[in-house]
Every structure is written in C-alpha cells, then in structure tokens.
Design a protein around this ligand. Sequence first.
Ligand SMILES: Nc1nc2c(ncn2[C@@H]2O[C@H](COP(=O)(O)OP(=O)(O)OP(=O)(O)O)[C@@H](O)[C@H]2O)c(=O)[nH]1
Ligand SMILES: [Mg+2]
Ligand SMILES: [Zn+2]
Length: 436
Amino acid sequence: MSATNISVSSSMKIKPQISCPHCWHEFPTDQILFISESPDLLGDPKLGDADQLRFLPYRFSVDRAAYDAHGVSCHKLACPNCHLQIPHPLLHMPSFFISIAGAPAVGKSYFFASMVWQLRKTMTRDFCMNFTDADPTLNQRIRDYEMRQFMGGYDPEVPVAIEKTDVQGDIYNNTLINGHLTSLAQPFSFTISPLPSYPFPKNANNVTQAICMYDNAGESFLPGADNAAQPVTRHLVTSDVILFLFDPTQDTRFKNACKTIVNDPQMNPALGGDVRRSKVNQSTVLTEIITRIKTQLYLTTQEKIKTPIIIVLTKFDAWHQLANFPHYKNPWQRAKNYPTSVYDVNYVNEYSQRLRTLLLDLIPDLVGTAEANAEKVTYIAVSATGTAPEVGLPDQDGKRPLLYRPASIKPVWVEVPFFHAQTLTGKYCVPVVTKS
Ligand SMILES: Nc1nc2c(ncn2[C@@H]2O[C@H](COP(=O)(O)OP(=O)(O)OP(=O)(O)O)[C@@H](O)[C@H]2O)c(=O)[nH]1
Ligand SMILES: [Mg+2]
Ligand SMILES: [Zn+2]
C-alpha cells in the first residue's frame, strides 16, 4: 500500500477572492465588511434593527481589528452583498462546500450530526488532524444535535429525538438582496488542520481546509419549492459535491424485498410509532435537484453535471440484510511506519459497485436518473444510528415519537461520504491509497 500525493495547492495567506457561504457572491477579499460592536450602532440597512451595523473600515488596531464609528474594536466579518457573518478561516483556508440533499425524513439531520461527531473523533484518532467548528456560535444548532444524539443532555439512557428541520426559523437568515427580502440557508462551517503529531509537516498547509455544509428541510428540495425569495438550496450549484440521501425504508420496492421481519417501525408498521414519510418518489426529488442545477448553469438536457453526486443510502441498519456485507469495516487502515491511517478508495468503490447492482435490481430509476445526469456517481450505505429507533409514549396529540437512547447509537460509515467526496474532487485532507 502506498500513500498517493495529497495534491492541494494552497497557502495560508489571505485569499484575494472569496465566495460567501450564505449568498455565494464572489468578491475581492478587500471588500469584506466588519460587524460593529458598539451597542449604539445597532441596526443594519440589510438585516434590520436587531443586527449590528456592517461597515467598511478605514482604521485598524495593531492586532488587525477594525475600529467602528464609535471607536470600538471589531473582529467579526460580513459579506458585502448579504451582510451575513463570514467565519474568519474562510479568508485564508481553501474551502470545500458540501450540500446534503434529499426528501423529507430520509435522515439528513441525524446523518449530519453523526458525520460531524464522528469526524471530530476519527480525524484526531486516525489521521492526526483536528476537525473543529470554524465559529462555535454559528454552529450552535449542529452542536445541539450532537449533544442530544450522543450525550442525551448528559444522561445517555434517556431517549431523545432530533426534531424535523423546519422550512423557516433560525437556520435561515433574512436579508435584502438587490432590494428584495431574501431568506438564505445557514451554512455550518468547520476547519481541518494538522495536529503536532501529523507526520508530513511540509504538507501541513496543503491539507488545511475550511468546510461548509448545509442541512435543509426536505420540503425545500420538492418540485416547485425553490424561488427567488427563498433560494435556500442554491448551494447545490456552487458546492464541490452533493450528498443525495436516499432512504430505502421509504421505498416500497426495498421494503417488499426484505424477506425477514425488521425490528424498525419504519420498516414494520406493526411496531407502531408515527413514521414521517415523503409524499413524493425520491428519484423525482433527485430529478428536481438536477433540474435546478442545470437551469442555473444553463446546461442542456444532454449535458452532465460535473459536480460529483454521492448517493448516500441511509438507515443501513434497517435493510443491511439485503446487501449482505459481512465485512463492512471502516475503509481506512494504519499506514506502515506512520502514526496516521490511509483512506482506501478502492474498497469504497468496490462496495459502491455492489450497491449499484442492488439498486439496478430494486430501484433502477434512481441509478438511471443519477448516471444520466452526473459525470461521477458513487453509492455509499450508512447508518447514522446503527440501530432502529424505539417507539415512545404518546404525546399530547396522541402521536408516538421515534426516539433513541444516546448510549445505543453506533454510527456506521458516516464519515465515508465526506472522505470520498474529497477524493472525487482531488481536495484531499487525508492520505489516500488508490491502487493496491
Ligand atoms: N433505522 C434508522 N432510522 C434513522 C436513522 N437516521 C434517522 N432515522 C430516523 O429517520 C427519521 C427522520 O430523520 P431526520 O434526520 O429527521 O430526517 P431529515 O431528512 O432531516 O428530515 P427533514 O428535516 O424533514 O427533511 C427519524 O425519525 C429517525 O428516527 C438511521 O440511521 N437508522
Ligand atoms: Mg432534518
Ligand atoms: Zn453573502
């Protein structure tokens, strides 16, 4: 096994041009605004009375903070187009954008929380890297999800649930763009940087990255949901990779193919529980996503999207019997003579082929839609929880929620779509083996 080159060219200097993770406006970095901190400068023309004024500074302190009009030193940055806050690392680190997409209730939020939770551990333990929040305040929601899903508010035996992602509320920011009130999805930003134990110090700058991810409500991907006032899924057009989450437990063909009884209320209605389901065929949702991207990029029907699409098959714990993968071990292993692991692309591609064969049999329209429209398609099966939810007691509306005991959650392969996304785009942050 040999580690291939980690081929990212970067420098830790401030980038001349950056792309706003909220509105995707590209602008020269010297146009970036500062956010005032003086309490007397409350009120911004684009964001409203409750937000601090944004301003283009002309006076700086020696530590490069900007002084606002009342002489208070300010550190937070904002986009000149939408005035929303931009985390500092995006200014000097190469960025990597990931869209998490899929119909309602396919498991996007559980997957997102598990992926981030696992990446924080795996990057440190197996790759000598630190995966952390670019700005903990802006990532509050994902931190809450992780806390609930894995710590259960400090009692891992008390059953919990992550709520459905809303189509409005605090993960959207309202601002004026070209004079029109516009609702934008909140990006979640992280940084990846080498730890002192990282064995390739000369490469340290090259593997440092800022990661932005988006977790929308499934309804935002349904046909007709995207419009100029709520372009909440436009990140699909600018992202480096799209993770399209497909939930086999919502597909009748998959459910019928499972011969043995499954201990999951989503597969077995006899167990009770109020299971949320999408009202549309999930392949139609993929068609809608592809149509949105092609429309924005002015691509013809025949042209393929260059952005890689990873079809992430969720809730693997509920249907693994169909795939029959007895050796589904993590696709990375410790490199000889180094304290870091190496990610095995071939291993993941081999399982992708096996899943493709299964899907061709059960859901050929999904394979057809993806491969007819995207240049690179990979299939990865994951479980955000590793186990089925349990059915809780009826709430005041008589509904029986699906809950998890945090102590029982054991994610499977949730980091893999992230690592694989990087290999598909050439922006490696971990050593990769491509040939055995
Ligand atoms: N068996 C199993 N169930 C899961 C898993 N992940 C999520 N679920 C269940 O799937 C349901 C929906 O999960 P969410 O993460 O809220 O789905 P979502 O795609 O974010 O839904 P919206 O926010 O409505 O778009 C929940 O009731 C979870 O109990 C998993 O890995 N295995
Ligand atoms: Mg959600
Ligand atoms: Zn912006």
